[in-house]
Write a protein that binds this ligand. Structure first.
Ligand SMILES: C[S@@+](CC[C@H](N)C(=O)[O-])C[C@H]1O[C@@H](n2cnc3c(N)ncnc32)[C@H](O)[C@@H]1O
Ligand code: SF4
Length: 355
């Protein structure tokens, strides 16, 4: 009877999110970010005073809020992550190992045990790392920033790589984002240092890039770490040259050449996944259909549309550009084009329409 009670309460009892136990984003701040920065209520958390983010006071409080079922630091109005009871988590984590759809849901036996024992300090390092700590970039896209951010000449590359290694050694997946991966001396130094023998669990590196530096010469010059780069996500935000000039300011012809090169890497199975991405706003939404055609021509795995957000360093007037708001004067025109593209099988539509 008691066993039955324990079984049912583990199956249908309090629900929790796996991310605070298996996933970490390293940003240029010092916060413990298990999911999307916007989904955590940092105002109600103490600031981290050390760089040991994985077991920092913030991290422990967030894990405690999972154990007690309150999830009080999660902004439920924004978060769309799946939550689980303990037994569901065990089943799902096992299932995720065989599914390409849920790369961030796998949990090791040790971590599952730590959850069962309600531990807040974890001895295992994160399995899934989003490394976004370097913001340097060759572009200054107005949706993202007002000024160029160059490589910091004072950075100690060896020390930076050592800090990365300390947290990433047990990772199964690493996503590089933040600034521009192929421009960043810090990130390229990290990639050069990655040896298969030192990262026994590592399966996949995903790189989110603007694609402008990604050509054959660059690819051929990357070290052993390149063998882990299996997923490339290219952010473009335009379906034609004139929109590209406005949204990114780069050379569209070079970009198209580089996209053709990435296509060959996918065809030769050096890559597993090739996606192109678009954040619609007033200045570019009219080229969404052309963008889908580009994706079809390149035979990409996914054409992703994402919501335009209000970023503090952006040089744009948010309300004027936010075409996905029902109150925007061009919203109905945007919606008409959206209806033509969003149901295509190649398209993933991650746009939250709001008022
Ligand atoms: C900051 S970039 C870093 C990676 C790389 N430099 C790139 O452009 O893909 C990461 C993603 O943020 C997106 N982004 C930029 N400004 C945004 C905004 N205001 N709202 C939502 N996404 C934005 C970019 O389009 C890109 O897909
Ligand atoms: S969106 Fe990407 S490419 Fe554009 S400025 Fe930001 S980091 Fe650079």
């Amino acid at each position: 009877m008691l066993l039955k009670k324990i079984f049912y309460s583990s199956l249908w009892g309090k629900r929790l999110c796996p991310f605070p136990f298996n996933r970490l984003e390293i940003s240029n701040q010092n916060d413990f970010i298990p999911c999307c920065y916007d989904w955590v209520k940092y105002d109600s958390l103490p600031t981290n005073t050390n760089s040991q983010v994985w077991n920092s006071e913030q991290a422990q409080l967030i894990r405690r809020s999972m154990h007690d079922g309150s999830m009080k630091y999660c902004d439920q109005s924004k978060c769309n992550a799946i939550t689980f009871s303990f037994l569901q988590l065990v089943f799902f984590s096992f299932f995720a190992k065989f599914s390409k759809k849920f790369p961030y849901h796998t949990l090791s036996f040790k971590v599952l045990l730590s959850i069962l024992l309600k531990k807040e300090v974890l001895t295992e390092k994160p399995s899934h790392l989003n490394y976004s700590s370097d913001l340097s970039c060759n572009l200054k896209c107005p949706s993202c920033r007002s000024n160029y951010i160059s490589n910091d000449p004072k950075i100690n590359l060896e020390k930076n790589t050592g800090l990365f290694k300390d947290i990433a050694l047990e990772a199964e997946t690493i996503l590089f984002s933040g600034g521009e991966f192929f421009f960043s001396k810090r990130n390229l130094n990290i990639l050069q240092s990655i040896k298969q023998s030192e990262y026994p669990n590592l399966k996949t590196i995903t790189v989110m890039t603007n694609g402008l530096l990604f050509n054959k010469k660059l690819w051929d010059g990357l070290g052993e770490g390149k063998l882990f780069i299996k997923r490339i996500l290219v952010s473009i935000d335009a379906g034609n040259e004139s929109h590209y000039r406005i949204t990114r300011g780069g050379n569209f012809k070079h970009l198209l050449e580089n996209l053709e090169f990435i296509k060959t890497l996918k065809e030769s199975n050096e890559l597993d996944f090739f996606s192109i991405q678009f954040v619609p706003r007033k200045d570019n939404y009219e080229s969404m259909e052309e963008f889908v055609l580009l994706g079809e021509k390149l035979n990409v795995d996914r054409v992703l549309f994402q919501t335009f957000c209000q970023w503090s360093e952006s040089s744009l007037e948010f309300v004027e550009q936010a075409i996905h708001l029902k109150t925007h004067p061009n919203y109905h025109d945007f919606e008409k084009i959206a209806q033509k593209v969003k149901h295509k099988s190649i398209v993933t539509w991650n746009i939250e329409v709001s008022t």
